[in-house]
Design a protein around this ligand. Structure first.
Ligand SMILES: Nc1ncnc2c1ncn2[C@@H]1O[C@H](COP(=O)(O)OP(=O)(O)O)[C@@H](O)[C@H]1O
Ligand SMILES: O=C(CO)[C@@H](O)[C@H](O)COP(=O)(O)O
Length: 481
């Protein structure tokens, strides 16, 4: 294990910036010095559970997080990073038509299948919009709404994403202009990242109508100024999806892989070229700097650790201690973590599975280890899928709430088969949004260089046997009982 500091020179425009991370479970706000990136203060608030959420909850959580962070009065520019894909429908007055359907709502799995077939199969979607459809993508949610709530279609004047909606509210809401960025737009299924255009023909196919869509701004293009009780007169960044913001927050360069263990498990890599994976494992998203962000996303990540801790009646620190006390491979005990069904691989109706129970493996330590290993094996499959798409793979950087687990940090290099860089615990999505805001202030072709805090590099001998055993059991779950 080694310690490093990134030690990048400070630069960029003077001022104070704020970054917002409105992710699945919570809202976080960081306030930073625009030139150096120094953290001045931060705040957070929880979101309600569920995969269908009234956006008003995101606003209330933002108000609480901003209050917790001591307000935004001194902030010169701000930007929003948020959970990708959620479908937010607005009427003529800019009011929400129905609660947002989130990325982790599986009801549109059949809509994804139907749309896939209509266009000629997975390869056609991969070719045209970079990603094969799964229930997470916005376009499938719009098809589900058109089929199940046709009245909502008639009332819908505009469709946008969670980060677009929050930026719109910060700009005053109502009839203020809706904006988005290439990164978040690339997760809709009706935007072609490779040429940067909306595919309103696909939107019409899914929804039966073409509501207005947010203007797609450039990476550092100003989106107007804030005009809400939370903030007035600050310059607004275009914002982006949370995964694109995380890449910006950790300063990822081409070839850097960001592994995020949040509500979702994500393995993404900054790439100069777009991907079109017909297998659907890799989603061909864009990033927040004008490049691409091929990405593999699982539905089951940090909450698998939460569930194991709950089952064992322990906290995260004890779960981690238990996991590290059991042998590699957990004596043959394998946990396949599909607790919420799974998106990658596409198994929306799957459940989790525990295989290999013997008298010897029936211990809390073995279960804890199998949980951490199972979670990491799913992410290792994601890394393989990125490599199979020809993506250059360099550093692996581990972030997200799950990275706070020592067992995850220690076992990640063994399961992933590569050294893993773990930055100091922080809010890297919010940081990325703040860095985008600083870019808006400073202008120029690249975001300002910020000094990142110290990071630790974890190394371990690879444990391919753990992955082989996991793969056998994972494939048993392909059969629906
Ligand atoms: N020490 C820890 N060990 C394992 N998991 C943790 C730890 N601390 C927080 N978490 C989990 O991380 C998750 C939150 O991570 P986060 O990246 O903020 O998610 P999101 O951005 O999706 O809201 C929660 O499920 C939380 O229980
Ligand atoms: O659906 C995806 C990516 O395609 C998810 O990564 C969401 O963007 C939610 O992120 P978290 O709340 O887990 O950070």
């Amino acid at each position: 294990m080694t310690s490093t500091g990134a030690g990048v020179d400070a630069g960029g425009g003077a001022g104070v910036v704020a970054g917002i991370d409105s992710s699945t479970q919570s809202c976080k706000v960081v306030v930073r010095d625009a030139a150096t990136g120094e953290l001045l203060r931060s705040g957070r608030a929880s979101h309600p559970d569920g995969s269908e959420v009234d956006p008003a909850h995101w606003w209330r959580a933002l108000e609480q997080a901003v209050a917790d962070a001591g307000g935004l009065d001194d902030v010169d520019a701000l930007a929003v990073g948020a959970q990708q894909h959620g479908a937010v429908l607005l009427d003529e007055a800019g009011e929400v038509v129905r609660p947002a359907l989130l990325w982790n709502d599986g009801r549109s799995a059949a809509a994804a299948e139907a749309l896939t077939a209509e266009l000629g199969g997975p390869g056609a979607w991969a070719e045209q919009v970079g990603s094969v459809l799964v229930a997470s993508l916005t376009i499938t949610k719009l098809r589900w709404i058109a089929e199940h709530e046709p009245d909502a279609v008639g009332r819908t004047a505009a469709v946008c994403l969670p980060h677009d909606w929050l930026t719109h509210r910060l700009a005053g809401g109502g009839t203020a202009r809706l904006v988005t960025d290439r990164g978040d737009a690339s997760g809709t299924g009706y935007f072609a990242p490779a040429d940067g255009t909306y595919r309103t023909d696909l939107l019409e196919r899914a929804f039966g109508a073409v509501p207005s869509l947010p203007d797609v701004l450039g990476p550092a293009q100003e989106a107007g100024t804030s005009a809400s009780a939370l903030s007035r007169g600050a310059r607004l960044g275009p914002g982006t999806g949370d995964n694109m913001a995380a890449a910006l927050g950790v300063g990822a360069q081409v070839g850097d892989v960001v592994v995020s263990i949040g509500t979702s498990g994500v393995v993404s890599v900054v790439s100069e070229v777009p991907t079109h994976d017909p297998s659907g494992l890799v989603a061909g998203f864009a990033d927040a700097t004008g490049r691409y962000l091929p990405l593999v996303c699982t539905l089951n990540a940090a909450r698998v650790l939460d569930a194991a801790a709950r089952m064992l009646g322990v906290d995260h620190a004890e779960l981690s201690r238990l996991a590290l006390s059991a042998p590699p491979g957990s004596g043959g005990l394998v946990l396949v973590p599909y607790l919420e069904g799974e998106r990658t691989p596409v198994r929306p109706d799957a459940t989790g599975a525990l295989h290999g129970l013997t008298l010897a493996t029936s211990t809390p330590a073995h279960l804890a280890r199998a949980t951490v290993e199972g979670l990491l094996c799913g992410l290792a499959d994601g890394l393989d899928a990125l490599e199979a798409q020809g993506c250059a793979i360099g550093r692996v950087v581990l972030v997200g709430g799950g990275a706070r687990s020592e067992a995850v940090r220690v076992l990640a290099p063994a399961v992933l088969g590569r050294p893993v860089v773990v930055p100091a615990p922080g809010e890297y999505v919010a940081d990325g949004a703040a860095r985008q805001a600083a870019w808006v202030l400073a202008g120029g072709d690249a975001p300002p260089e910020w000094t990142l805090g110290p990071s630790e590099t974890f190394e371990a001998d690879p444990t391919p046997g753990v992955r082989e055993r996991y793969a056998q059991v994972r494939d048993l779950t392909a059969t629906q009982l």
